[in-house]
Design a protein around this ligand. Structure first.
Ligand SMILES: Nc1ncnc2c1ncn2[C@@H]1O[C@H](COP(=O)(O)OP(=O)(O)OP(=O)(O)O)[C@@H](O)[C@H]1O
Ligand SMILES: [Mg+2]
Length: 357
């Protein structure tokens, strides 16, 4: 029997033994699938994908870490991402590690499918430690001092549950892929395999899952934004599954999240892309001919801050010329320079604005 203070070693294996695909769930799954497909298609059309991926993953990292009260400002984050500085604060570093975990996980998908080892390497990158599956007892989820959930205990029990989850992820029976995502996320959080970082690992996992299933080509969905904005509901719906097997409310909640965030991300992509096209035209007209290139302007959209080294690395110009290019861009009002440590960074102000809103 389930009791919030007793470790839930009876967590049922997947798939759940209830009808998941109710009429309402299927309806919502269709809508979410459609918007997500639209996002995927739109992202594929964009010539320089790394531009979007950088922006979206930084944002996703920031929002996801905020759920754990790891708060950094947009500006700190982007500066730390760009500058060569060792004065980055701990919170910002943690956010950057989340982003790194997302990237590593994404790159590893080409080598091997999602597995317990993937989960472990994600949490290790996020926590920057050598954490493994929980061996000790005492991990519990509390809210306002009360225990609301105690996850399963014992390394063997946890590993068995994770193996079952792995199999479930890769099953190709008739459950819709987005419905499967919702079930996977609940189960991962309910297993709670690590002493800490389970929420963030689970949220990275969501995005990787979408890529593995081919629903996205790149890790671009701000799903954590929805979760943080609906945190109370998120917690309540998770409990609903444990306490009342209320899968329907949980799945609907997650499907709505995919729909809303896919629409939101789509909007951002369109805004960034429109700004880039506008900037290309403007720069072509205002910049000296020897300075302008499409490549240069596209580079300014890979992240909001730019610096001489980026131009050099891209082969756009040698050091001194590159510095001059950035100054020309500042002169016509596209960039704004800012000293960070010993470096000069150049902010793409309107891009920063879009990302910040
Ligand atoms: N009743 C519950 N049952 C199962 N999982 C839960 C429940 N309530 C919360 N959770 C999950 O536990 C996560 C928090 O666990 P943990 O502190 O290990 O992760 P974190 O990444 O450090 O934190 P956070 O998710 O707050 O950023 C939540 O994000 C949520 O996914
Ligand atoms: Mg925590």
């Amino acid at each position: 029997m389930y009791h919030p203070e007793k470790s839930y070693n009876d967590l049922p294996l997947l798939p759940p033994k209830v009808e998941l695909e109710t009429k309402q769930v299927l309806k919502q799954a269709i809508v979410a699938t459609r918007v997500l497909a639209e996002l995927k298609g739109r992202a594929d059309e964009i010539p320089n994908q790394s531009m979007l991926v950088n922006a979206v993953t930084l944002q996703e990292a920031k929002d996801s870490s905020e759920i754990e009260n790891i708060v950094t400002t947009q500006d700190n984050l982007y500066q730390a991402f760009t500058a060569n500085t060792n004065s980055t604060d701990a919170q910002t570093k943690e956010v950057l590690r989340y982003r790194q975990a997302l990237w590593q996980g994404y790159n590893n998908l080409t080598k091997r499918p999602l597995s317990t080892n993937t989960f472990i390497s994600i949490v290790r990158t996020i926590k920057e430690n050598d954490a493994g599956i929980r061996k000790t007892t005492g991990t519990k989820i509390t809210r306002n001092g009360t225990t609301i959930y105690t996850p399963p205990e014992g390394e063997k029990t946890i590993r068995n549950l994770l193996k079952n989850l792995e199999d479930f992820i890769h099953q190709t029976n008739d459950i819709d892929d987005l419905i499967r995502l919702a079930v996977m996320h609940y189960q991962f959080e309910a297993i709670h395999p690590f002493p800490d970082g389970n929420g963030r690992t689970g949220r990275v996992l969501n995005i990787l899952y979408l890529v593995e299933k081919g629903l996205l080509d790149a890790p671009i969905l701000y799903l954590s934004k929805y979760i943080i904005e609906n945190k109370n509901d998120y917690y309540k719906k998770l409990r609903g599954v444990t306490e009342k097997h209320d899968w329907e409310a949980w799945i609907l909640f997650m499907l709505k999240g995919v729909e809303e965030t896919a629409a939101y991300t789509l909007q951002k992509i369109n805004a960034i892309n429109a700004l880039m096209e506008e900037t290309i035209l403007f720069a072509k007209e205002k910049l000296p001919n020897r300075v302008y290139s499409k490549e240069l302007i596209e580079l300014l959209f890979e992240q909001p801050y730019c610096k001489v080294k980026f131009l050099v690395d891209k082969g756009i110009a040698k050091r001194q010329t590159a510095a001059e290019y950035l100054q020309e861009l500042e002169k016509i009002g596209i960039l704004k320079s800012q000293k960070v440590g010993v470096e000069n960074l150049f902010l793409n102000v309107p891009l920063f604005q879009i990302l910040k809103d």
